[in-house]
Ligand binder design. Structure first.
Ligand code: C5P
Length: 221
């Protein structure tokens, strides 16, 4: 079984994907990691984020183990790393270069320790539309920018990252703008995606509803 969860930053995709992965024993691919890896690698090499050719080169060279190594660095999930990821993800050639690596995971899904899984769950922005257009179940999770900024702000506070709520909100809105308006694979729900708004629905309610949909799909296949 292949499941996709798309939606904007801090909508609750990761929490939902993690819970579903655990319940149904699926391998989990957080696809934001491929863009974070390339963005962080640009910063490490000292390349300007406007340098599309270098971003494409680093994307072409990226391997799964290299992505895992980069993910251990503090800036991988910092505001700086997030902005770098968002900027490089707008380049069509970067997206193209990273597509096969994401699609291959569905052909051979594995858990973190390398053992094979019977299926995969993806989260990202275009996993239901571009990466896995034939996924069995597709979700799109959203929430207002203010609710999402509040969640991200609390996460940063817990990690001791010094940033104000207003700066986080500004960043959330800037990322939404880039994700929704880029030329290649803009963020949007797939035609067959089920949409949940986590500003009004708690994550536990969303999980319960999502599981019902997955169970029905499993029974009928
Ligand atoms: O989800 P996360 O915040 O880790 O993603 C980092 C950035 O990567 C996002 O701001 C988004 O622009 C980009 N991204 C994307 N397509 C995906 C996943 C993430 O463009 N499938």
């Amino acid at each position: 079984m292949i499941i996709t969860i798309d939606g904007p930053a801090a909508a609750g995709k990761g929490t939902l994907a993690g819970a579903i992965a655990k319940k149904y024993k699926l391998a989990y691919f957080d696809t934001g990691m491929v863009y974070r890896a390339v963005g962080l690698n640009m910063l490490i090499h000292g390349y300007p984020l406007e340098d599309e050719n270098s971003a494409e080169k680093l994307a072409c060279e990226l391997t799964f183990p290299q992505m895992i190594e980069l993910s251990k660095m503090p800036d991988f999930r910092s505001p700086k790393g997030g902005k770098a990821a968002s900027m490089v993800s707008a380049y069509p050639k970067v997206r193209q270069a990273l597509l096969k690596m994401q699609q291959d995971f569905a052909l051979n899904p594995v858990f973190e320790d390398g053992t094979p899984a019977s299926g995969a769950i993806y989260d990202g922005r275009d996993t239901g539309t571009v990466v896995c257009p034939h996924a069995d179940v597709k979700f799109f999770i959203t929430a207002t920018p203010e609710v999402r900024a509040e969640r991200r702000f609390k996460e940063f506070q817990a990690k001791g990252i010094d940033i104000s709520y207003d700066e986080v909100l500004k960043d959330v809105k800037a990322r939404d703008e880039r994700d929704a308006n880029r030329a290649s694979a803009p963020m949007k729900p797939a035609d067959d995606a089920i949409i949940f708004d986590t500003s009004t629905l708690g994550i536990d309610d969303v999980l319960q509803k999502a599981c019902k949909i997955i169970d029905t799909k499993q029974k009928n296949s």
